[in-house]
Design a protein around this ligand. Structure first.
Ligand SMILES: [Mg+2]
Length: 257
């Protein structure tokens, strides 16, 4: 029987991670300001710094500690604890995440996954980040039942260094998260015992999901939504879709289902 495998990106594809992050982070920064951070910063400065920190280390558990460090001068930090501020931020973020409204799958995702499973399409999550964190998101999104443990492949599993000089590496304490580059897709193909021609990759990021997968001979669907949803941007993807109804149609056609 013909093998049919779909590799799925998580953030920005199965859910609108950017909109959620924006909402939760705004709430968190406001909570931190209300708990004493306002002595050192206003909202715009704090939020801008937080965006900067996130873009540098998307998976750190210590974003708010880093934020306090960035906003409070060293001389004023001595002998002080900022736990009230940091935990206020952490709690506010979690509250938004757990409000049952803000953190949910994109439209038609559940329908697509259910249909794929019922029709013999194997589903894999091919994602950038720390494994435990990505599983946490799958549970929170209510999507964990669609994926077996070994069907979730994260860059955190392999830790390819992303442009970090070897002189700096020993100084970095947190786990290094690799890029979804062609090396990673090679690893994923080997690990899942997949031939490129049996696979369709779906992702919202041209650089991480489309180009390196193409390079491995994998057919791709560029998902235009959320942060990278600008329809004017060209894609190297084999196909493109703007929602999961379209993804389903493409998968159907591609595998002649
Ligand atoms: Mg993505």
């Amino acid at each position: 029987m013909k093998k049919m495998k779909v590799f799925l990106d998580l953030d920005g594809t199965l859910h609108d991670s950017h909109s959620f992050w924006f909402k939760a982070s705004k709430t968190a920064v406001n909570a931190m300001l209300a708990n004493g951070l306002d002595q050192y910063s206003d909202f715009n400065k704090a939020f801008g710094k937080l965006e900067e920190i996130y873009s540098r280390e998307a998976n750190s558990a210590e974003h708010y500690d880093l934020l306090v460090k960035a906003l409070v001068p060293l001389a004023k930090r001595r002998g002080k604890s900022f736990d009230k501020i940091v935990s206020a931020g952490v709690n506010a973020f979690k509250e938004v995440k757990h409000d049952g409204e803000s953190f949910k799958p994109n439209p038609h995702v559940v329908d697509f996954l259910t249909w794929a499973k019922a029709n013999g399409v194997e589903l894999f999550l091919v994602t950038s980040g720390i494994r435990r964190k990505q599983w946490d998101k799958l549970h929170r999104l209510g999507l964990s039942d669609f994926f077996d443990e070994e069907h979730v492949l994260t860059t955190g599993d392999v830790g390819f260094f992303k442009g970090i000089s070897r002189y700096v590496r020993p100084l970095v304490r947190r786990p290094l998260i690799g890029l979804k580059n062609h090396l990673f897709y090679g690893y994923v193909l080997r690990k899942t015992k997949s031939k490129p021609e049996d696979v369709l990759m779906v992702g919202d990021n041209e650089k991480n999901d489309i180009i390196p997968a193409n390079k491995r001979g994998i057919s791709t669907i560029r998902f235009f939504a959320g942060k990278y949803g600008n329809h004017e941007v060209n894609t190297m993807g084999t196909y493109s879709a703007t929602n999961f109804k379209e993804v389903k149609q493409i998968v159907k056609r591609h595998f002649e289902l």
